[in-house]
Design a protein around this ligand. Structure first.
Ligand code: TYD
Length: 398
């Protein structure tokens, strides 16, 4: 295949087989579903890592069920991010901030008291309605050049466009970056946050691979993409959310980059070599086999196992591992829209978080990125019995 950033030839990194879209929960466990390949490939020229086959954004996001969870981990991250943007002078109280992929507007709600105006742009109909109902003005649109033009005409240029966990989720990042370029004032900034490919690979986070994650960005590939649309990468910071994420800051005008940019470029120059991905597929299969062996050993001894977190990544994990509702009957999740539905592929039933009622012997932590918070919540809820199986980066019981 050709690299979707620079057009060079790519080579395969891992093939996870066929699986249904990870957020397409179903009404009945026996509902038929379409499956699509999950093959990741690498471009050795610009170091872009991408899914070979991409589904259309329209198909994935118009009736999207993913609602950003109310979480202490995320609230702390939003505070960190706001502090970073304010201290570094990337926003001030006069800023007009636009967030593509704003979901129900939780991040903009944090941002709102510190800036002049916020605007969300999200194509998911029910989700953007929830944001508007909660007082976060949100357009029900994909962030595209015509939408950017309309926003600029009606509300003026943006001082900050911040695309969090969204630029990797769309088959057309060129369109989104072009839209950002046309909307942002010359004095403004474009900030992108996404899972960082070095964390994905080094921590064997093969479960991060699903149809929504079409790109696995590095400083190299992000910088290449930005440059093609007249942006200059000026700063980078790292965070622990979603298994390790990178926050990229770009400016439409050339500026001396912060030392962080060269620091991370240098680290990536050591990381990206021809054998970098060789062990990844092998290690992923080993982690999968260890998980299946553990779950089957526990259930054959009569122990009960439920999943914790109806996450997209959990569905890749279950699908790659071949675990289904015959191994794990329930999955706990705090999202009302997911409760009562069944996980794609595995057919596991999603139930609300409730700690007083018949707790399982083990929770398979499919939302391992919220481990500390969830373990604390379960214990504080009075469940001292269930143990936790953490699948990533290696299978263990905590
Ligand atoms: P997320 O980590 O965003 O995963 P992905 O991107 O792989 O879908 O999703 C977290 C899920 O976990 C979400 O469905 C809500 C759920 N969750 C709980 O059920 N309880 C909690 O305390 C937290 C923090 C999340």
């Amino acid at each position: 295949m050709a690299c979707r950033i620079c057009g060079a030839e790519t080579r395969e990194v891992i093939d996870l087989g066929l699986s249904p879209p990870a957020n397409a929960l179903k009404r009945s466990p026996d509902d038929g579903e379409q499956t699509f390949p999950l093959v990741v490939e690498w471009c050795s020229k610009c170091h872009n890592v991408q899914l070979r086959d991409t589904m259309s954004a329209e198909e994935l996001y118009r009736d999207y069920l993913y609602v950003t969870p109310q979480s202490e981990t995320l609230a702390a991250h939003y505070d960190y991010l706001l502090g970073f943007l304010r201290q570094k002078g990337y926003i001030d109280s006069s800023a007009f901030v636009v967030e593509p992929g704003s979901n129900v507007g939780l991040f903009l709600r944090h941002m709102q008291p510190h800036v002049r105006q916020v605007l969300g742009v999200d194509p998911a109909r029910a989700i953007s309605q929830m944001a508007n109902d909660a007082g976060i003005p949100t357009l029900t649109e994909f962030f595209s050049p015509p939408v950017a033009k309309q926003v600029k005409a009606e509300q003026g240029p943006a001082d900050l466009v911040i695309a969090r966990h969204c630029l990797a989720h769309n088959p057309s990042p060129h369109e989104m970056v072009e839209a950002a370029r046309s909307l942002i004032a010359d004095s403004g900034y474009f900030v992108i946050e996404n899972a960082y490919v070095l964390n994905t690979v080094e921590n064997v986070e093969f479960d991060q691979i699903y149809h929504e994650h079409m790109f696995y960005y590095s400083i190299h590939s992000m910088s290449a993409l930005l440059q093609m649309h007249g942006f200059h990468l000026v700063d980078v910071t790292m965070s622990l959310v979603h298994g390790g994420s990178a926050v990229f800051v770009a400016s439409p005008v050339s500026k001396t980059p912060q030392p962080s940019v060269e620091k991370y470029f240098a680290r990536e120059r050591l990381f990206f070599n021809s054998s970098v991905f060789d062990g990844f597929a092998e290690r992923s299969k080993e982690a999968r086999d260890a998980l299946v062996a553990l779950v089957r050993a526990l259930t054959s001894e009569g122990a009960s196992v439920h999943c914790y977190g109806a996450t997209a990544k959990g569905n890749t994990l279950l699908s790659f591992a071949g675990l289904t509702r015959s191994d794990i009957p329930y999955c706990v999740d705090s999202t009302p829209m997911k409760q009562g539905l069944f996980l794609p592929g595995s057919g596991i039933k999603v139930i609300p978080e409730r700690y007083e009622f018949d707790p399982p012997d083990y929770y398979l932590l499919t939302a391992w990125n919220y481990m500390d918070e969830i373990v604390r919540k379960v214990r504080m809820g009075g469940n001292y019995q269930s143990q936790f199986i953490v699948p990533i980066p290696f299978v263990r019981i905590v």
